[in-house]
Unconditional design. Structure first.
Length: 1116
RNA sequence: GCGCUUGUAGCUCAGGUGGUUAGAGCGCUACACUGAUAAUGUAGAGGUCCCAGGUUCAAGUCCUGGCAAGCGCACCA
């Protein structure tokens, strides 16, 4: 059977063909089942959400995933890869709401929760088919038949188990978090909702700079210098938060100053502390000349005097009097604390901090152990001084029952001319009490509720948290054992995130997601966290027995649906017999995906063994945007519950941008359609381009021209090389057999050279894959194929394939080329799975056996150390270098390569170099068409040498004197060089010091051969003899003749193997002689049976050779 | 604002531990080659290695400080 030949390569068609071949032969399935019992290599698939269509960046991410799974399979591991779908969460819900034209508030009113969740379930798999199609077409091998799906009851049951484990370890608690809250709508807003367009609007607020009176004590002593009334001033745009003030935050490194001045409302003399940079914002420069003692109360221009300055650090722990003492805190409060968020861009450089009304405030107060200002509600729970309707509580006696924001009052109330906002009333009160330093209107942008259009409050809300902070040290330590690609993402982005970990807010007030399995009594004194379906059923039975439920809401269900609303209907009974209702929250969808190592196998309810042998993952990969997402949730759950990492190696991939480096977006129309790209260029060129162009963790500027270049340059060259092989191997009937091969020793220099290169390549590529450096692997393969194999080996050895009988030398050439191609197919298979499969199968058409079903079932090639000969590689480098020099000389003198020349001369400084060149003499001769290579050694005395210091060696030795040493060496004469070479040392005088120079301290190269045309590069010099003898001229003519006959053959459309008859005629004597002399040569080259010189030719072609005219006639 | 990444030829990218002509491919120009031919070879043009300091005999490489771009996070008192 023959090797397949193609008219021209059609890569997309190749891929389609291979794809159906895989499917017919179940190659993917076999690649796993074949490795049964072998060590496992575990890969976790991060679940995509199928409610949107995939983009080109998914091809990138999945190529990276696929490469290492395929590679490890080749290395003999069993690599199971379960696909998965992320199905819960807000994006799905919002999409459904949009489709149905409803809002969250309509759920349970216009549409039942049951119906709504049914819609979500339908919507989430909307584009599954498109995703599956992409997966197949791009050659991403993952199990699509049995994926894990996060909404399935079994999956949720595993989550419940994990949550219960956390609960039992006391890592699950209900707590406060500051969230954007809309009192008008009575609900918290997610950050997603807050990022809706139009939520931020400019509003004018009453802003107050309040005076906080410093308490004189040991801590604050350094601030006082005689004065009695010393205040710290802080600015706020939300005066309603002032009754909740519990601390003042300053910047550690900010410089603060004390300013003596007068209060502008009551004209009393005061001293205030504020940031130095903010002085100009609060004090009129025109007043700077005024003196304090000249001030008259009521005067508009208020004098001021800048006093001592302090760093923020010096202010830490200074106490102040409570500004509005309605409610007393239970613990520490009213002190100055550090705040990393404090700036001097506006305000006073000191931030009023109300722990319950700002996320930053809450955080720094917690860090500094500051108590919040709270009151007890009817149930005895601590609540803020503003209630959920947005009104002050009774304890704030002056403003009790007032909305904190004027926008919450109806328009009628607000239009009353006597109406004053609470902020204004507070400002008035402060002025009256000499606590206001400055009151003014301030316009700023503030978020509004997208449903009610009213400003939001930052407000503490109940949420369930995972106490990740309790396990922070462990998570940090475990992270250090993970191999991150790139390292910086692990230490930087992820490491820093872990260092600054806050508790994980698990609660979501939504409908479509995993319900929190916690039931609580009305008085919150008793809780139950359910960990399995069976446990829930048990509890339901108890509850029915206790009379809280008539029947289970799951009764009659074919498969229990743990979603809302059914689970909300479950009322349990507490140990003391009280009624327990479920906490209405759902859990963060990120918990869903972070739990996939366990839930994908329904652990611990099923598949315990499978789970154990595939945990933790050896490898995962996702976009860098998943650092705080999936990477974190995987890590957190594993660290907290299993005391383990969830993954050992992780590649975080960069973004895919358009070719100009802009983000791709549908709106801008610069998004690349993955299906069109795969259709047009095929998956292999697309994948290879993505991987070879830049490291996966760098952003990729995706340019279709680049894909085209990869296709042309790499795949085109590889294809050409295969075609070349197939063409001649078929003519000669070559068949590869592993056993019976020409021994290495009997092969040519170039055969052994390319095999040496090939074995070096195997090592390089293996190392790169092992190191999760796919870019290095592809670049190495690419260079080998293009430079070494095609442009050098094949080009130099072409004649061996097409000339003469099928002798051992020819067989050696076939075998060599064959094994190179086969190796390339195996090395490149992880990245270009389709084309390498095609190449592999085409090469193996003659070697049919079960084990040759697919390149992906092959073992990764092993480096044959014995075949790597450094000498050979050096030799070939010399040959390439010399050839290149001769080419450039020929060009300089305008002598075609076809014209033979008698000799080149190479100056040789060492015996080894001579031997190395001698080994490749023939290659050089034929490559540059010369007769002989001559060597000129020292003895000839005509070589001009050049000496150069060896900087890295001498530098270490002589350091500061290096410049002088270098100068001295550059001045060494030819005699000096000769002395150094003969004696192995030379004494140099540097100033008044003597230096003993050894041979290793310098680099001696040849520079010139006087009287010859020479070229030098890389320390090698070559001289070319350009004298043309008559004989050489005649030989040149013969070569030209061959060239013309070949062209004519081609024009006639003859096949390579067709034999011809040639008739020639010419008037020129030199041509006749040339043809006679080289008759055999010409016949051999042109496949001519005979060649006759005649006087005249009828109907032949007239051609010009150099300056001579020849008539030719060719017959088949 | 904080963290991370990136900055080298027109474009895409290489440039272990500092070492003296800073490279490749593409593109451009010219010439050659021609039984792999939509391939190939040779040569040329093209660089303030983002900027400024510093360390060093020596900096694209190390340090400090900037600038620009990208990503992430936080916040707007």
């Amino acid at each position: 059977m023959k090797y397949r030949e193609y008219k021209s390569p059609d890569y997309p068609a190749f891929a389609k063909e291979v794809l159906s071949y895989w499917e017919e032969n179940h190659v993917f399935e076999q690649s796993i089942s074949n490795r049964e019992g072998k060590p496992t290599f575990t890969f976790y698939e991060g679940p995509p959400s199928a409610n949107g269509v995939p983009g080109i960046h998914h091809v990138m991410a999945r190529t990276v995933k696929d490469i290492f799974c395929r590679y490890k399979t080749q290395k003999g591991f069993q690599v199971k890869r379960k696909g998965g779908w992320d199905t819960h969460g807000l994006p799905v819900e919002l999409q459904v709401e949009k489709e149905l034209g409803i809002t969250k508030e309509d759920i349970g009113k216009k549409i039942t929760v049951e119906e709504y969740n049914r819609k979500c379930r339908e919507a989430v798999m909307k584009f599954k088919d498109i995703w599956d199609d992409l997966t197949r077409k791009m050659g991403y091998w993952v199990d699509l038949e049995n994926p894990y799906i996060t909404f399935q009851p079994k999956y949720i049951e595993s989550l419940w188990h994990l949550l219960q484990q956390l609960y039992k370890k006391d890592l699950l608690y209900k707590g406060y978090t500051i969230q954007p809250y809309s009192p008008a709508a009575g609900t918290g807003l997610s950050s997603h909702e807050l990022n809706q367009p139009g939520t931020y609007k400019d509003i004018r607020d009453t802003s107050v700079t309040a005076q906080f009176k410093v308490v004189k004590n040991e801590k604050s002593a350094l601030l006082f210098n005689g004065e009695e009334d010393l205040y710290i001033v802080a600015w706020t745009t939300t005066p309603w938060t002032l009754p909740g003030n519990c601390a003042l935050a300053v910047g550690k490194k900010i410089e603060y100053v004390k300013v003596k001045t007068f209060n502008q409302y009551d004209f009393k003399p005061i001293s205030v502390i504020l940031a130095k940079e903010r002085v100009n914002a609060y004090f009129n420069q025109k007043a700077s000349e005024l003196k304090l003692e000249d001030y008259e109360p009521g005067q508009k221009l208020i004098p001021f005097e800048i006093g001592e300055s302090y760093t923020g650090e010096q202010l830490f722990d200074v106490s102040y009097q409570q500004l509005l003492p309605y409610v007393q805190p239970e613990g520490k409060a009213f002190v100055v604390i550090p705040g990393d968020f404090v700036t001097t861009e506006d305000g006073t450089g000191i931030v009023h901090t109300a722990s319950l009304f700002g996320a930053d405030d809450f955080r720094v107060c917690k860090e500094n152990d500051i108590s919040a200002i709270t009151v007890k509600d009817d149930n005895g729970f601590d609540v803020p001084v503003v209630n959920k309707q947005g009104k002050f509580v009774d304890e704030i006696v002056d403003f009790a029952g007032r909305y904190v924001r004027e926008e919450y009052y109806d328009n009628e109330t607000r239009s009353n001319p006597d109406f004053k906002s609470t902020d204004v009333l507070i400002a008035i009160k402060l002025k009256e009490e000499s606590k206001a330093f400055k009151v003014e209107k301030y316009e700023h942008s503030y978020p509004h509720c997208w449903r009610t259009d009213k400003p939001i409050l930052y407000y503490p809300l109940d949420s369930w948290f995972i106490r990740t902070t309790a396990m922070k040290d462990k998570l940090v330590a475990l992270n250090k054992t993970i191999n991150w690609k790139p390292v910086s993402t692990g230490t930087g982005r992820f490491g820093n995130w872990l260092e600054n970990l806050v508790d994980w807010n698990l609660s979501r007030s939504r409908f479509w997601g995993t319900p929190l399995p916690i039931w609580v009594t009305d008085d919150r004194q008793e809780e139950k966290c359910i960990g399995s379906i069976a446990e829930l059923q048990d509890e339901i039975k108890k509850s029915i027995a206790a009379g809280f439920m008539d029947k289970s809401p799951f009764e009659g269900m074919e498969e229990i649906d743990l979603h809302r609303p059914y689970v909300d209907d479950v009322i349990l009974v507490s140990d003391s017999g009280k009624k327990m209702m479920r906490e209405p929250d759902l859990i963060d969808v990120w918990f869903d995906s972070g739990a996939m190592p366990y839930a994908q196998w329904h652990y611990p309810f099923e598949n315990k063994e499978v789970f154990e042998e595939s945990y933790p993952a050896d490898y995962i990969s996702e976009g860098v945007d998943q650092t705080r997402g999936w990477f974190f949730t995987l890590h957190a759950i594993a660290g907290m519950l299993f005391d383990s990492v969830a993954f050992k190696n992780v590649v975080s991939t960069g973004l895919v941008l358009d070719k100009s480096g802009n983000k791709m977006s549908k709106r801008l129309g610069n998004a690349v359609n993955p299906f069109e790209t795969l259709d047009k260029f095929g998956p292999d060129a697309t994948r290879w381009y993505m991987i070879s162009n830049a490291n996966p963790w760098d952003n990729l500027k995706f340019d279709l021209d680049g894909v085209l270049e990869v296709q042309r340059r790499f795949f085109g060259t590889l294809y050409n090389t295969y075609s070349f092989f197939a063409l001649y191997a078929n003519l000669d009937g070559f068949e590869y057999s592993e056993g019976d091969q020409i021994p290495l020793a009997d092969r040519t220099e170039s055969d052994r050279w390319i095999l040496s290169r090939m074995n070096t390549l195997i090592g390089e590529v293996e190392e790169a894959y092992e190191d999760y450096e796919p870019t290095k692997a592809t670049r190495a393969i690419q260079n080998f194929v293009i430079d070494d194999l095609s442009n050098w080996y094949v080009r130099l050895n072409r004649k061996r394939f097409w000339v003469g009988d099928f002798n051992p030398d020819k067989r050696a050439a076939y075998e060599t080329l064959y094994s190179c191609l086969l190796t390339v197919a195996k090395l490149g298979a992880p990245v270009a799975p389709f084309y390498m499969e095609k190449l592999f199968l085409d090469l193996n058409r003659n070697v049919k056996s079960e084990k040759n079903l697919s390149v992906h079932l092959q073992n990764f090639p092993q480096t044959d150390g014995k075949s790597i000969v450094k000498d050979l590689e050096e030799q070939m480098y010399l040959a390439q270098n010399i050839s290149s020099l001769v080419h450039s000389l020929r060009r300089k003198h305008k002598i075609k390569v076809r014209q033979p020349l008698s000799r080149i001369m190479v100056p040789i400084l060492s015996k080894k170099t001579k031997e190395q060149i001698q080994a490749v003499e023939e290659l050089i001769s034929s490559e540059v068409n010369i007769k002989t290579v001559e060597y000129i050694d020292d003895a000839s005395g005509i070589i001009k040498k050049k000496i150069k210091p060896n900087f890295s060696k001498l530098g270490k030795e002589y350091g500061p004197k290096m410049k002088a040493v270098a100068a001295a060496i550059n001045q060494i004469t030819a005699d000096g060089i000769a002395e150094l070479e003969s004696k192995q040392s030379l004494i140099l005088n540097i100033g008044d010091e003597e230096i003993n120079l050894g041979l290793a301290d310098v680099e001696i190269t040849t520079e010139d051969i006087p009287g010859w045309t020479v070229a030098s590069d890389n320390g090698m010099t070559v001289a070319l003899d350009i004298n043309l003898t008559e004989e050489l001229k005649r030989e040149g003519i013969a070569r030209e003749m061959v060239n013309r006959i070949q062209n004519l053959r081609k024009d006639m459309g003859l096949e390579v193997q067709d034999k011809i008859e040639v008739q020639l005629s010419s008037k020129e004597e030199i041509v006749k002689v040339a043809l006679e002399e080289n008759r055999t040569y010409i016949c051999r080259e042109t496949q001519a049976n005979n060649l006759t010189l005649v006087d005249k030719i009828e109907g032949g072609e007239t051609i010009d050779i150099n300056d001579y005219r020849v008539n030719v006639s060719i017959k088949k």
